[in-house]
Design a protein around this ligand. Sequence first.
Ligand code: SDX
Length: 428
Amino acid sequence: MAETAQLKIGDKTFELPVIEGTEGEKAIDISKLRDQTGYVTLDIGYKNTGATKSAITFLDGEQGILKYRGYPIEQLAEKSSFIEVAYLLIYGELPTADQLKAFQYELSRHTLVHEDMKKFFDGFPSKSHPMGQLSSLVSALSAFYPESLKPSQTTEELNQSIIKMLAKMATVVSWIYKKSLGHPVIYPKNKYDYVTNFLYMTFGQRTEDVTIDPVVIDAMNKLLILHADHEQNCSASTVRIVGSSDSNIYASVSAGISALWGPLHGGANQAVIEMLEKIKEDGGDTDKWIAKAKDKNDPFRLMGFGHRVYKNFDPRAKIIKKACDDILEKLGINDEVLEIAKKLEEVALKDPYFVERKLYPNVDFYSGIIYRALGFPTDMFTVLFALGRLPGWIAQWKEMKENKEPIGRPRQIYVGATSKEYVDIANR
Ligand code: SDX
């Protein structure tokens, strides 16, 4: 007998179906609630509401578990490459050697952006935030690929849009960085794999072939893998809801970039480094800043701490923290703020305020320290998060379309004025 939930309203009892996911999660299906009862539910911030059924990423916040298509994040971070994980997320299975080779070849054929894109780059003030540029530039890509605007694309057309989006994102991100320095942009070298090509375009010199340090390539792959997807987070939900109106992939991803920009979401990795620098300049008194984070009258929050879903360690934070030590040692870098970050973590994890609220370091707490060690400026950190998250956004967008989900349109409870009569301005 299928499990149901009973809802009693007045003297009536309604039976609601219960669905169970492959990992044992359960949901009360309220798809027909308003038709049956005339009631809607209210869940501001969607803290208790499932928006879809997805087969892409599973996370268990209580246990600190994260899996992409069933594969534990720890194994993928250790053994896979970013482009292999992108294939896994988007197409659902780990690629064979031939499939991966073909995928990498397809990507390498689409790394160039139209030369007219440079006019958009040149239009930004030199100090404009890279996330604002990225969101605009990704949306601008749609101007060059009118075939991607077709709502009902064939599978091949959809795949071509996906390949172009993925391939060109790395070029756009590296060019944003180069333009911020006033340096000439570097064109992709398609003999390189995706991540090496990105690092070459970002840190390469115009003249000769530079050898990108394998330690940097490995660190970049690991960081991008760890950011690749995270089920229905704020930016992925944004990409899905924009795509649900049959908006094209560039417009949907551009919206996701804008959502990720916020300091409560992907922008936290930039905010963490700015916070650590401020604590360092203030003398490194971690107790003082922990007290500020706990003080309800103080707007200061411990950035990189806390999570809507993880009420245990964010498994990505554990992996990044270890990678931090490894990479800084291999690169011979001693970053003072790493010690401040470790001290903050140590103090916070013993403090009742954080323990009671189950606030642990999240993916953003240590990632900025590695980005900085790799040579990236702070305002590029969230752009790097977006580069990593792109395969996840694409996978979520593709799944929404393949499942033919309806346009997203939540209901509300109106609490405004009820009936007013118009008054001429002369009499107001
Ligand atoms: C990402 O959703 C995802 O999956 C996101 C992400 C992904 O991969 O896509 O994992 C990436 O966005 C990670 C989160 C990055 N953001 C930050 O690090 C910013 C700092 N953290 C927060 O502001 C906060 O923890 C959120 C936004 C992450 C989660 O907020 P919630 O779930 O809405 O929880 P809340 O704000 O209601 O906090 C619950 C309590 C409150 O105290 P009380 O009102 O109960 O007394 O915890 C407190 C909050 O004040 N709290 C913090 C805190 N985070 C929560 N207090 C101090 N410092 C913090 N960082």
